[in-house]
Design a protein around this ligand. Structure first.
Ligand code: PLP
Length: 403
């Protein structure tokens, strides 16, 4: 993996902020876009644009072909069995809301239970709370140890005959913990319960194979995997998706409509009401092709090396506290230094050209568990370098001296 060549594919990486070279360590929030993704968006608007699925004319058919080819690219990328299992949404958040709504309507009632973990992003908590308010379901929470690893024994104990679904993050966006999804799916299945994986933070960083993991549902966002904003994916095993009612009503998701009765469309269109972001799905496919060409194993190895290097360098800073020291960890480092407020640290690092995230990272229950209000988070992408980590370390040391 030749890092200079990769960096040259991302024009934004050569810009400066406050007269300093940009060091972009906010990849957990969103990733930067390679030229091929941006160009696919402009090219399609300039030369193909037409609404998909409904047109007999040339452009509509070409746009439809591109959109459906993108579905196949996603299918291949996560190794799903069929494109019927790939639903395009607006992002991870919408994918989880879709499931909470449809799965909840079909399979969950008063007293039924969903199992989540203490390290979930709000988007994998609040939809279940909305369902709890509507249908009286209960939420059970898998606890973790101080290293940030989910307690598997406790997880097993949470199952009851009212458990209907498990929904957990593959990789924590705060701690970086890589949860043992394959094992957790096996436990859920032993209880006859399906498992939903929030793969927002894993898809960009490690190879994800839904067949191998044997998960029932998996969701992610294009913008976190070098693709455009506004597009996401819900993968679901066909046998589950077949049983779920539509999420929204409208065009595209129907086969026939009369005022007396509407026949819904088949998968995957049953869940895709209205005009999809067909330009965005092409962008997502370009992004997946881009990282596939580099190789997920190479990306994972590069980011792993970078995270090890950064962890070791950060730990040498006096007063450094790192949150999340799981045995298996992704490329996310959350930290605090002495009594310096995370917001002050983030603001001062920004002045040095370093983009990090500060705050609760949409995981307030996790912050409560850790007994803190927030952290500074550096999250790495495939284009980050050890030299940039050195700039971060020097920046933190400089800020520390000011306090
Ligand atoms: N889940 C996790 C683990 C995340 O890190 C994020 C975003 O930070 C989300 C869900 C929500 O993603 P989106 O805002 O793209 O829907």
């Amino acid at each position: 993996m030749i890092i200079e060549k990769i960096r040259a594919d991302f024009p934004i990486l050569s810009r400066e902020v406050y007269g300093k070279p940009l060091v972009y360590f906010d990849n957990g929030a969103t990733t930067q876009k390679p030229r091929c993704v941006v160009e696919s968006i402009t090219d399609e608007y300039y030369s193909v644009n037409a609404n998909v699925h409904r047109g007999v004319h040339f452009l509509s058919q070409q746009a439809t072909e591109l959109h459906e080819a993108s579905r196949e690219t996603v299918r291949k990328f996560i190794n799903a069995r069929s494109t019927n299992e790939i639903i395009f949404t607006r992002g991870t958040t919408e994918s989880i809301n879709l499931l909470a709504s449809s799965f909840g309507e079909e399979f969950m009632g008063e007293g039924d239970e969903v199992i989540l973990s203490v390290m979930e992003h709000h988007s994998n908590i609040v939809p279940w709370q909305l369902l709890a308010a509507k249908r009286g379901i209960a939420i059970r929470v898998i606890p973790m140890n101080d290293k940030g690893e989910l307690l598997q024994d406790e997880y097993e104990k949470l199952f009851t005959d009212r458990t209907k679904l498990v929904s957990v993050a593959h990789i924590s966006n705060v701690l970086g913990t890589v949860n043992p999804i394959k094992e957790m799916a096996a436990v859920a299945h032993a209880h006859g319960v399906p498992l939903l994986v929030d793969a927002a933070q894993s898809i960009p960083h490690i190879a994800v194979d839904v067949e191998d993991l044997d998960v029932d549902f998996l969701v992610f966002s294009a913008h976190k995997v070098y693709g455009p904003t506004g597009v996401g994916v819900l993968y679901g095993k066909e046998e589950w998706l077949d049983k779920l009612p539509p999420y929204q009503g409208g065009g595209e998701m129907i086969q026939h409509v009369s005022f007396e009765k509407t026949v819904f469309n088949e998968l995957p269109f049953k869940f895709e009401a209205g005009t999809p972001d067909y330009i965005g799905t092409t962008g997502l496919a370009k992004a997946l092709d881009y990282i596939s060409a580099i190789g997920m194993d190479k990306i994972a190895a590069h980011e792993h090396g970078l995270t090890e290097y950064a962890t070791q360098r950060l730990k040498a800073i006096p007063g450094m506290r790192i949150f999340g020291e799981a045995g298996k960890k992704g490329s996310v480092i959350s930290f605090l230094v002495g009594n310096i407020h995370h917001f002050d640290m983030g603001t001062l690092l920004d002045r040095l050209g370093i983009a990090v995230r500060t705050g609760h990272h949409c995981a307030q229950p996790l912050m409560q568990r850790l007994g803190i209000e927030g952290t500074v988070r550096a999250s790495f992408g495939l284009y980050n370098t050890e030299e940039e980590v050195d700039v971060l370390v020097a920046g933190i040391e400089r800020v520390s001296r000011m306090f």
